[in-house]
Write a protein that binds this ligand. Structure first.
Ligand code: TMP
Length: 212
């Protein structure tokens, strides 16, 4: 089972995926938590380049290729071997971020992005994508007050975030069996309960009974 979390900046993905990981460990599941960009030594180096505020002159094509290079490394080195071993893989962002941010947000050619993504991942798609949906204004306010690292991608305009969110909605509509949208405006506990209920249903976990 390959599960990804998607959503705008400030939607609480990173907190929620950690809580989901803890819940799966408590249910005795064999689970691995990783993230994009990054998740490998090479990917973390690429993440540093992508997030560096000094790199504001990066051209869109370079940006997409760097995200894709990080993804290719993560899929080859971490995700495919883990899935082959029967491990549940949780990933904080994946290829849908490229379609939403570079495709719908920056307006890059969607067919080209799909081809690059297929090449990078060998066509590996998540079984379940949880989308933490939030108004961009709320996400940005949360980001500014969170005390977390402020990176190059946080410098986008509100219009960019609106296009990105609309892109996510379009992607979810195209593959409704893979996507589950969760309202991320609630408290951490409320959102975590919705995430856990969805994953329990998909994994067929009953109450406290363990995995497998
Ligand atoms: P994060 O740590 O919040 O996930 O930050 C990653 C940033 O990179 C976030 O603004 C989304 C962006 N991003 C893309 O633009 N394209 C991608 O393919 C990925 C994985 C992330």
């Amino acid at each position: 089972m390959f599960i990804t979390l998607e959503g705008p900046d400030g939607s609480g993905k990173t907190t929620q995926i950690r809580l989901l990981y803890d819940a799966l460990v408590a249910a005795e599941c064999d689970v691995l938590l990783t993230r994009e960009p990054g998740g490998t030594a090479i990917g973390d180096q690429i993440r540093t380049v992508l997030h560096d505020i000094e790199n504001s002159d990066i051209v869109p094509e370079t940006e997409i290729l760097l995200y894709s290079a990080s993804r290719a490394q993560l899929v080859g080195q971490v995700i495919r071997p883990a899935l082959a071993a029967g491990t549940i893989v949780l990933c904080d962002r994946y290829a849908d971020s490229t379609m939403a941010y570079q495709g719908y947000g920056r307006g890059l050619n969607l067919e080209a992005l799909t081809a690059i993504t297929d090449f990078a991942t060998g066509g590996l798609k998540p079984d379940l994508t949880l989308f933490l949906d939030l108004e961009p204004e709320i996400g940005l306010t949360r980001r500014k007050t969170s005390g977390q690292e402020w990176n190059r991608m946080d410098r986008q305009t509100l219009d960019f975030y609106r296009l990105t969110r609309r892109g996510y909605h379009t992607l979810a509509e195209m593959e409704p069996e893979r996507w589950v949208s969760i309202d991320a405006s609630g408290s951490i506990t409320e959102v975590a309960a919705a995430v856990w209920a969805t994953v329990q249903r998909r994994l067929n976990l009953q109450g406290q009974s363990p995995c497998g």
